[in-house]
Design a binder for this molecule. Structure first.
Ligand SMILES: [Zn+2]
Length: 262
C-alpha cells in the first residue's frame, strides 16, 4: 500500500482565467508547482519533475520563484530521496512546469504517453510557449517509455489517460489503505475545478492575495487552457470511474502542501 506526498518545488502566478475558464484574466493568482512521491514499496516512484529555475523572476513569462535543480533536490531531500535514487518517473504531461529537470533522474525509466510526446514536439499554436523543446530532447537519451493508454507501472500504480488539457495528459491511480487516489496532473488545477462553488466565494492564494471566485452551476469547471473541451469533460467521468471525487488530487492546489495521502 502506498502513501502519496505532494512536494512543492516552486511558486508560479497565472491569470485566474487559466485556472478557471471564464475567470478574470486581469487577476493573477499564485499557486504551487508540485512533484509527487509515491512511497511505500521498494521501488521509488515519482510523478512529474518540476519546473526550471525562474529567469528574472519569470517562468516562460509567468512570475514565480524557486524551481530548478535546487528546488527539486530540496523537495526530494525532505523525504530522504535524490533524483538519482528514483526507479520510475511518470510525467503527467510535458508542459514546462511538469517536465523540467527530468535529466537528473539518471537511473529512472520515464513514462510519457506517446500522443503527449508527439504533440509536444509539434504543439498546437496556443501551446508553443508552454512546451519547451529543450526539455524534450534530453529525454531521448534516457530510458524513455512512450506508453499508450492506461498502463500498470507497478503493482497498484496505474496511468490513466485523461486527454483534454493536453492531447496525452495522464493521471496516476494509486492504491492506498483508504482506497484508490488519483494524481490528476493539470486535468484539474485546483479543487474548484471539480467542486465548483455553488455561491460566490473568496479564495486566498499562497501569496496571501484574496481572489473572488464566481458561483458555478456545472459539476466540472475546466481550466482555461485546453486542447479539447469535449474530451476534457469525458475525461472527468473517466476519472470518476477510477476513484471517488474526494480522492482526486489536483495539480496545483495550495491546500495540498505538506500533506500526505491518505
Ligand atoms: Zn499543464
Amino acid at each position: 500500500m502506498y502513501r502519496i506526498m505532494p512536494l512543492k518545488v516552486a511558486e508560479i502566478s497565472v491569470p485566474l482565467g487559466a485556472v478557471l475558464m471564464m475567470g478574470d484574466m486581469r487577476v493573477m493568482t499564485t499557486g504551487p508547482v508540485y512533484v509527487w512521491v509515491i512511497d511505500g514499496e521498494d521501488e521509488k516512484i515519482v510523478v512529474d519533475s518540476g519546473v526550471e529555475e525562474a529567469k528574472n523572476g519569470l517562468f516562460h513569462g509567468f512570475p514565480g520563484k524557486g524551481g530548478g535543480e535546487k528546488g527539486l533536490r530540496e523537495a526530494l531531500e525532505s523525504v530522504n530521496l535524490k533524483p538519482e535514487d528514483v526507479d520510475k518517473l511518470i510525467i503527467t504531461h510535458l508542459h514546462f512546469d511538469h517536465a523540467a529537470n527530468a535529466k537528473l533522474f539518471t537511473n529512472a525509466r520515464i513514462y510519457v504517453q506517446r500522443r503527449e510526446w508527439e504533440s509536444a514536439l509539434n504543439p498546437p499554436l496556443h501551446y508553443r510557449e508552454i512546451y519547451d523543446a529543450s526539455m524534450l530532447h534530453p529525454l531521448e537519451e534516457m530510458d524513455l517509455c512512450l506508453i499508450e493508454g492506461d498502463v500498470e507501472i507497478a503493482d497498484g500504480v496505474r496511468t490513466v489517460l485523461l486527454p483534454g488539457h493536453t492531447k496525452g495528459l495522464q493521471g496516476v491511480a494509486v492504491e492506498t489503505e483508504r482506497g484508490k487516489y488519483l494524481i490528476a496532473g493539470d486535468h484539474f488545477y485546483t479543487y474548484l475545478n471539480f467542486f465548483p462553488p455553488k455561491h460566490p466565494i473568496q479564495m486566498t492564494d499562497i501569496a496571501g492575495n484574496t481572489v473572488e471566485i464566481p458561483a458555478s452551476s456545472i459539476p466540472f469547471l475546466p481550466p482555461g487552457l485546453h486542447v479539447d473541451l469535449t474530451e476534457w469533460y469525458e475525461s472527468c467521468f473517466k476519472a470518476l470511474s477510477y476513484v471517488k471525487r474526494q480522492n482526486i488530487l489536483p495539480g496545483h492546489d495550495p491546500s495540498l502542501e505538506g500533506r500526505i495521502f491518505p
